[in-house]
Design a protein around this ligand. Sequence first.
Ligand code: NAD
Ligand code: UFG
Length: 336
Amino acid sequence: MNVLVTGGAGYIGSHTCVELLNAGHRVLVIDNLCRSNPEALNRVRKITGKELLFRRIDLLDYDPLLAALREFSPDAVVHFAALKAVGESVRMPLTYYENNLAGTLNLCRAMSAVNCKNLVFSSSCTVYGNPARVPVTEASPTQNAECPYGRTKLFVEEILRDAAAADAAWHIALLRYFNPVGAHPSGLLGEDPRGTPNNLLPYIALVAAGKLPELSVFGNDYPTPDGTCIRDYLHVVDLAKGHLAALDGLPRFAGARAWNFGTGAGVSVLEVIAAFASVSGKKIPYKIAPRRAGDVVATYADPTRAREELNWSAELPLAQMCADAWRWQTQNPDGY
Ligand code: NAD
Ligand code: UFG
């Protein structure tokens, strides 16, 4: 298949390109590189030994986007391109709505123009907000998210459902990722946040490497077994493979359909710290800090639907996520 990958130079997109190329697909990445480094694309070429097409285009620029789609003639699109920083989205809501909503609308318009209506969309467990019950199934209620970023995921899901309801030619996978972590086992690809990371795993990796003095654990008085928040961490390579399963599954499902992508296991912040320390052999100094505003207390997936309908399950354990994140950190101390 010809697969267009928007945001393919980013963290999850680059790992997914590896799996797509290894499965024999022809891949075009469209990315404006606003949050990524083109070296990631070279690394994908190095890992796979395959050609990877790339056009530096902003999804907000419709004409070059349409021209690229006409030229490439995609059979399907995997749409990662979005801004994703929670705090930044609170400060710059209009930028987030424009980028994530208008970017998606432009993409769908260009896809319609070239008659490609197979779309895999990167959604998030953020659409469930602070769930009343865990694990969450796809039938769990979606809620008003805590921040503009989260709302862009909720709104785009609704837009795509409307598009699919109006035109049966659309096949749309809404993939609700839980917490993707880790890196490619080669150590060549990984998460490369700009500045001080907001997310737990990249922060721990910098503490383990001695580049940051200590981790702040945001709250240890939550109603959870050890008092810290619970998440469903999944290996980014498992997640990348899930996109192939979704592409395979698309023709079997009418309209827009949501799938949870997680392991099904809830893991606390303290458990992640212990796993990382054990795998890396490094001390992870940490202090207990106040709760982070807007944090979800506990969320993890019921991944049954993805297993039964897409034949996909996350397989790699937490120790492997930490080992691969640590290899990426040690081999690329300053990122790409
Ligand atoms: P990332 O920031 O590493 O990658 C996003 C890519 O999109 C970047 O390369 C960026 O340059 C590009 N991009 C952004 N706006 C663009 C535009 N207007 N035009 C062209 N390119 C643009 O993020 P990621 O972690 O790889 O996330 C990929 C997707 O998965 C995003 O949609 C994100 O919201 C979603 N998601 C991520 C997580 C996570 O924890 N990483 C969790 C749930 C959902
Ligand atoms: N945490 C710390 N210290 C840190 C960073 C994180 O204790 O320095 C804790 C958080 O409080 C949370 C857990 O580690 O309990 C995981 O935090 P992350 O920021 O790594 O992940 P979140 O699940 O909170 O955030 C993710 C995505 C967001 C998305 C959000 C909503 O990164 O983009 O899920 O579901 F909006």
